[in-house]
Design a binder for this molecule. Structure first.
Ligand code: NDP
Length: 484
């Protein structure tokens, strides 16, 4: 069973579908206005939107907390991280995207060559519920900063967060609906993709990404797909185990384990496994999920979240795994208490399939080579972390990991670094949000050349001279041939 197979909401009375065609038409008009404002004015207005979000942060945090069940403090941190990215995107769009000269090379030295980035026009953003602001804003904020209009289809579990975000846009910039929200289920997402948008920014499960990609294929609409993960933490024998277990607790149980780049698996070198497990269990034992601000984390947001955890844990135990903290009885819907498993077979769902709950599988490995091999063995490739006091060794291991982001001596260290792109490989998706790559993801590169003078070596003509061809041939060898 996966979350994607399970309905997110109880049966709802039939709601009329939003008119996505009219919404996209309004976005099209808004996109022309927005693109025409130029970098400086767009920056000013994007920052005004950022201010509007910051000024209403308390209200927004309450909405996020109500919709997801996470503590208000966690929601506030989510807003803070999001605003850091929005600030960066607004302030760097011109630098990253403006037209600039590039070297024309020896053969085309008579050409002035320039490269510029233009907005796509209308971007559809389809988002998940686990970080209903931070995650979709990786697409929404960067797409807007790059000069696009956005139509955002949030998860059906978190519509109010999205509506609030669009209202904040309107408060700051009432002239045009550069950001609009359409709410509803997957069918609304599908209709939006087919409504003639120019690019799709999708974040969600790998299974849904495949459906989204199939819909995009109908009109060859480009897609950035940010999907699930099964991130591994690798712990070396020389690691600071206090630090590693602090981060294992944060990465494994924070947000009730519902973090795409949270920690789901730990590979710890056998000589320190016992010590690592003892420390981890000691810390995890003190955690308590709940509804108030003293809670370590909140409920499972997806109604089927606890069922997936129970199935993965049951399967792991049946197949020879051991629970060192909690077990199937830790699932007390809608809450799940922390669960730590060890000696779980590598082909069990708890090791290979996204659990998306507060569970950690801690398996021993003989050495770091085995840890890398096992970390790389799932279909996913989103994030990974390494704990070692030897940071040079950590960097060498990081280069061998199949992941879009690797942290050494922390988890999620990149989330607040706006200049770093974010995205996965394999089943975790493709394309990048955040950083310069994130701005370019929502832009089309346009190349331009201006012929400044007629080339002495005139090859771009149908009646090339014998002399020019002779020179070209000799250049071919001198520029590209191997030295004798
Ligand atoms: P889903 O894949 O179930 O849904 C994602 C979005 O797609 C939702 O808005 C959903 O709508 C919509 N959708 C569903 N079916 C279709 C369809 N056929 N066409 C178009 N849109 C559709 O993911 P969840 O919302 O359950 O989010 C959890 C997943 O997201 C986890 O796998 C997690 O790892 C991943 N994730 C990845 C991140 C990353 O950056 N890589 C960050 C955060 C989460 P509706 O909700 O209304 O059904």
């Amino acid at each position: 069973m996966t979350l994607t197979d399970s309905p997110k909401l109880q049966q709802q009375p039939e709601q009329p579908l939003p008119d996505v065609t009219a919404t996209v038409a309004a976005a099209r008009e808004a996109s022309a206005w927005w693109a025409g404002l130029g970098y400086a004015e767009r920056r000013r207005r994007t920052l005004a939107w950022k201010n509007a979000i910051a000024n209403g942060a308390e209200e927004l945090a309450e909405i996020i907390s109500r919709e997801t069940g996470k503590p208000v403090g966690d929601a506030t941190l989510e807003i803070m991280l999001t605003l850091g990215h929005l600030d960066w995107a607004a302030k760097h769009a011109r630098k990253v995207l403006k037209r600039r000269g590039v070297p024309a090379g020896a053969v085309a030295f008579n050409q002035k060559a320039t490269l510029g980035y233009e907005p796509y026009g209308v971007v559809a953003v389809i988002g998940p519920w686990n970080y209903p602001l931070y995650t979709p804003m990786g697409s929404v904020g960067y797409a807007i900063a790059a000069g696009n209009a956005v139509v955002f289809k949030p998860s059906e579990l978190t519509p109010d967060t999205a509506v609030w975000l669009a209202e904040a846009w309107t408060r700051a910039n009432p002239e045009q609906p550069v950001l609009q929200v359409v709410t509803g289920g997957g069918e609304v997402g599908g209709a939006l993709i087919r409504a003639g948008v120019d690019k799709v920014g999708f974040t969600g499960s790998t299974a849904t990404a495949k459906k989204v990609m199939a819909a995009c294929a109908e009109q060859l609409t480009p897609l950035v797909a940010e999907c699930g993960g099964k991130d591994a933490m690798i712990v070396a024998a020389d690691a600071n185990l206090d630090l590693a277990t602090d981060f294992a607790v944060f990465g494994g149980f924070g947000n009730s384990g519902q973090t795409c780049v949270g920690v789901e698996r730990v590979y710890v070198v056998e000589s320190v496994r016992r010590q690592f497990l003892d420390l981890l269990v000691e810390k995890a034992r003190t955690l308590a999920p709940g509804t108030d601000e003293s809670a370590s984390y909140g409920r499972m947001t997806h109604p089927a979240g606890g069922d997936v955890v129970r199935e993965h844990v049951q399967d792991a135990l049946t197949r020879g795994g051991t629970a060192v903290l909690g077990g199937v009885d830790s699932v007390k819907a809608p809450f799940v208490e922390p669960i730590v498993l060890t000696d779980v077979p590598e082909d069990a769902d708890a090791v290979c399939v996204e659990t998306f709950g507060p569970t950690l599988v801690v398996n021993g490995v003989a050495d770091l080579d085995e840890a890398v091999e096992k970390a790389n063995a799932t279909d996913y490739g989103l994030g990974a972390s390494i704990f070692t006091r030897n940071h040079k060794l950590g960097e060498r291991l990081a280069a061998r990991l199949k992941a879009g982001a690797v942290t050494i001596d922390s988890v999620l260290g990149f989330a607040g670094v706006a200049a770093l792109p974010f995205g996965g490989v394999g089943g975790s998706g493709f394309g990048r949000v955040h950083g310069p790559d994130g701005l370019r993801e929502f832009s089309r590169a346009k190349s331009m050349t201006v012929q400044r003078f007629k080339a002495p070596l005139d090859l771009l003509r149908i009646d090339r001279s014998e002399r020019d061809m002779k020179i070209a041939k000799s250049m071919l060898h001198s520029l590209h041939g191997s030295r004798k």
